[in-house]
Write a protein that binds this ligand. Sequence first.
Ligand SMILES: [Zn+2]
Length: 261
Amino acid sequence: MIQARERKYFTPEGQGAPRGSVRGAVRAAIPVLLAAVATAGAQASDHDAAAGVVAVDVGHTLAAPGAISARGRSELEFNRELAAKVVESLERLGLEAVPVNTDGTVESLAARPAQVPHADLFVSIHHDSVNEWELQSWAWNGRAETYSDRWAGHSLFVSRRNPFPERSELCARAIGARLQRAGFVPTDKNARRREYADPVHAVHWFDDLVVLHRAVQPALLFEAGVIKHRDEELLLRDPERQRRMAGEIATGIAACVSVPP
Ligand SMILES: [Zn+2]
């Protein structure tokens, strides 16, 4: 969840222009990569030295665990499970995956990417919620909970204030392409507030997200789905589906980080 009232998650607009230079090679590589990534199968390499290093961040903290699902479970728990599976999938593909905030105690958003400064990509794993006014009440296991069945699906965010905006965007698009080819359906829920970088793959600009623009490496934030949606919550808790989603994310990342700078 990343909502406007969570002020600590982003800083005001207009604090400097995007810092990244236009990287022609990355830009030119996008159509070719997206075509390749959508059709190629994942290929496990035997620890190819050039495979890359990926930081995988568990969004939120024990003290502030994010959104609460339709059945009363914290977003942090969802984020932990999926992040662990993304780490496993990346390692299976021969990449070095470095978990960040697995114990839920890293309060500082800027400190997260700084923990792995040599990473080729920083990925923050989150699960989405809805606005307060969209919520309805129901009872689950004898407890009063809230839900909304209006929106479901994944989405991705990148920042033009990150030092590598084009590489960040490329990786987000590659992940989106893999997910959709595997049958995962994105949401356009977040287009209400966040301009599309790529509408086909549900990649949005969110320039002032601290964890992205303070990153020292290419960075993206992934929202796996809407945990306030009663049916999607159950899908997002399914370990087998988590594994499939993580596998597609890892394959997209592997393709992206293999593109020369
Ligand atoms: Zn979140």
